[in-house]
Structures are given as structure tokens and as C-alpha cells.
Design a protein around this ligand. Structure first.
Ligand code: ATP
Ligand code: MG
Length: 363
């Protein structure tokens, strides 16, 4: 149906989900799901993509599929409203990727900034797996297979969506209007675009071990916050401190709301005043971290509790995923059908082609 609004997004099962995923994409997905404004919502666990840089550790990927599914449900994704599925169960995606590969050059992939940083992060250098190098193409297949119009993701995904849009334009130019160009939907709060790690590194990432997980216990969360990187020059309470590049303040930008002040830190009317005091000097890290901890605990407790409930019915979750895969596969197969028709490789259903050839060989 034309003008449908369709969401597609997902996560790699390389670990449990963390608060960066939550603010970067997950929280938004749940809001969009419940807004009723979208005709279809597809959320997938990208196990095949995770293998592109974890080929020696397939068991890690396999184990984390259920962890990601539990995190989804705990955060409020609802399988009656959103189709939740596993990427590897949709073989149509491979076929689409195969055709899209012809529409992208090696130098275009080499210029992709996300791939560049990820290659560095993973120390791949000269030994980049082909599958990893080409994952932007398979990601374009993931998006376009579901005719997604809207892709809610963190900022690191921007070059991926751009690559998908280019593939769509090129495909449609060659074969006629078939695929839908997706739009990225970034978090509207700047701190959420790319949440830094607890170590102050640019991105909280499962692969870097600098994460606060949605399923961490209250004690783990508290310990991680206590040990967080702050301004290294803020040695004594009276010293002036920096809030820029200080992840404790970035987390407050991402998670604090005005009512948190009256609840947990009534001496300050708002975040600006708290920051101003820190910058002037006279405000210790411990106090700010305690405030952050109170906010994080309030947010994470219900998620953790819901997760525990879902953990009681693991077979039920695999069953939900299986149904999701069936629904997703139908949608992807319909798109693949359109693609094959557009490419005119549906030889045996194409009566016109056969008639044409008959004429050619008679003449
Ligand atoms: P990996 O290290 O295996 O790549 P990851 O932590 O980067 O894992 P992904 O599964 O690659 O997680 O990303 C899933 C989604 O979460 C994407 O939309 C991505 O933009 C978003 N995301 C991941 N990390 C952050 C972050 N630190 N801040 C904001 N969004 C994030
Ligand atoms: Mg990633």
C-alpha cells in the first residue's frame, strides 16, 4: 500500500543492551510503537550482521539473541504491535544484498566513516572480513526489504542510512520505481545521539566494555557510576570542573528531568545551576554521581523487574520470535517479488518475454 509509514530498526546480538541503546533508539521505538502513527513496525535481532565481526565466536552471538529479545520486551516493545524477528531466518535478505552489491563500488564502501571507525576499533586493518566490509549493503537490504520509511537509530548509523538511500535511488533509476527511500530518525536530545561510555570514550559500546546494561543489578549500576570517568583535573571539591566531555554530565543531559531535582537534589532548581556550580568549583563528583545514580535506579528498576518476569517463560519468547520471523519473511518475500519483477528476472512468469523470444528466433 502506498504512503504506509513503516519502521525498521534493530540491534546486534553481541551483548545485552545498554543505556546507550535505550536513549539512542529503544526508548523512541517504544514511543513510536505506542503512538499508533505507524502502519507496521519491524524490529530485528541482527545475528547475521553480528557474525561479520564475530565469526570466531558464533556461540556469543547465539546466546545473545535471547538476551536482546528479553531487553526488548523489558523496555516495552510489544509483539502484538511490533514484529520482532531474527535476521538470519529471512533468506530473502541475502538475495537482495546479492543484487545490491552490483550497485555499490569498493571505494564508496571504503569511504564510509562508520565502517572506517569500526575497522579501527576492531583492529582489523588488513584482515577485514568481506562480510564486514560489505555490511552496509546487507543493512540496505534489511531496511528496504520491509519498505521502511523510518529508521530510528543512533548517530553512528547515519552513513548506513545514507548508503541505503543511494542504493534505493540507483536501483529505482535503473529498474524503475520499486524501492522506498528510508529516512533516519535521530534522537532529538543531543546527548542521546551517541552516548559516551562510563570511561569517557566517545561511544558506549558492547564491544568496548564501557556499558551500563539495562539488566545490571542495582549494585552493579551504583558501582559503575561510582567508578565513572569525570574531569581528570577536578581533583579537589573546590577546584573548578569541566562539564564538557564529562560523561556524568552527559548522562544527566540524557536522563535527568526537571522533577528529579525536587525529588533527589532539591538544593538545585535545575541542571544548568548544577553545572554552573560544578564549573565554579565547590561541588564534588561524589554528590553529582549520587544524583545520577538515583535517576538511573528509578529508570532501570521497572525495566529490570519486567525482564525478570519475561525470563520465567523462555520457550514463550522463542515462540514469539518464530511468529515474528514468519510475518517478517512474508513481507520480505513480497518485496523480493517486486524486485525480481522490476529486474525482469522473473523469466518463467513473463509471458511477454517468451513471446518476444519466439518472435526473435522465428525472424
Ligand atoms: P557493537 O559494539 O556490537 O556494534 P553497539 O553497542 O554499537 O554494539 P549496535 O547493536 O551496533 O550496538 O547498535 C544498535 C543501535 O543502538 C543502533 O541504532 C545504534 O545507533 C544505537 N546505539 C548503539 N550505541 C549507542 C550509543 N552509545 N549512543 C546512542 N545510540 C547507540
Ligand atoms: Mg554498533
Amino acid at each position: 500500500m502506498a504512503n504506509e509509514k513503516i519502521i525498521l530498526t534493530g540491534d546486534r546480538p553481541t551483548g545485552r543492551l545498554h543505556i546507550g541503546h535505550y536513549v539512542g533508539s529503544l526508548r523512541r521505538r517504544v514511543e513510536l510503537q505506542n503512538s499508533g502513527l505507524y502502519n507496521k513496525i519491524f524490529i530485528f535481532i541482527a545475528d547475521a550482521q553480528a557474525l561479520t565481526d564475530n565469526m570466531e565466536n558464533p556461540e556469543k552471538v547465539r546466546q545473545n539473541v535471547i538476551e536482546v529479545a528479553l531487553d526488548y520486551l523489558a523496555c516495552g516493545l510489544d509483539p502484538t504491535k511490533s514484529t520482532i524477528f531474527i535476521q538470519s531466518q529471512i533468506p530473502e535478505l541475502c538475495e537482495l544484498s546479492f543484487y545490491y552489491m552490483d550497485l555499490v563500488t569498493v571505494s564508496r564502501l571504503q569511504r564510509n566513516p562508520t565502517v572506517k571507525t569500526e575497522i579501527q576499533m576492531r583492529n582489523f586493518e588488513a584482515s577485514i572480513p568481506v562480510g564486514f566490509f560489505t555490511y552496509p549493503i546487507s543493512q540496505a537490504a534489511d531496511i528496504t526489504a520491509f519498505k521502511a520509511t523510518t529508521v530510528p537509530v543512533g548517530e553512528d548509523q547515519e552513513p548506513m542510512i545514507e548508503q541505503a538511500r543511494e542504493i534505493v535511488r540507483r536501483f529505482n533509476y535503473i529498474y524503475g520505481e520499486t524501492l522506498v527511500e528510508p529516512e533516519i530518525l535521530l534522537p532529538d536530545n543531543a546527548a542521546c545521539l551517541r552516548l559516551p561510555g562510563t570511561d569517557g570514550k566517545a561511544k558506549m559500546s558492547k564491544s568496548l566494555g564501557n556499558c551500563i546494561y539495562l539488566s545490571d543489578t542495582a549494585e552493579e549500576v551504583e558501582k559503575k557510576i561510582r567508578g565513572m570517568y569525570t574531569d581528570p583535573d577536578h581533583l579537589r571539591v573546590q577546584d573548578p570542573g569541566k562539564v564538557e566531555g564529562n560523561p556524568v554530565f552527559t548522562y544527566l543531559d540524557a536522563f535527568s528531568r526537571p522533577e528529579h531535582f525536587s525529588l533527589y537534589l532539591p538544593e538545585y532548581p535545575n541542571l544548568d545551576e548544577l553545572k554552573a556550580h560544578y564549573m565554579r568549583g565547590g561541588l564534588g563528583d561524589v554528590k553529582v554521581k549520587r544524583f545520577l545514580n538515583a535517576i538511573m535506579q528509578e529508570m532501570l528498576e521497572p525495566i529490570r523487574n519486567r525482564r525478570k518476569e519475561f525470563e520465567q517463560d523462555i520457550p514463550g519468547i522463542y515462540d514469539m520470535l518464530k511468529k515474528g520471523c514468519e510475518t517478517a519473511r512474508e513481507a520480505a518475500a513480497a518485496t523480493l517479488d517486486d524486485v525480481r519483477k522490476a529486474m525482469k528476472i522473473n523469466y518463467f512468469d513473463d509471458a511477454e518475454l517468451i513471446a518476444e523470444q519466439v518472435k526473435r528466433f522465428k525472424g
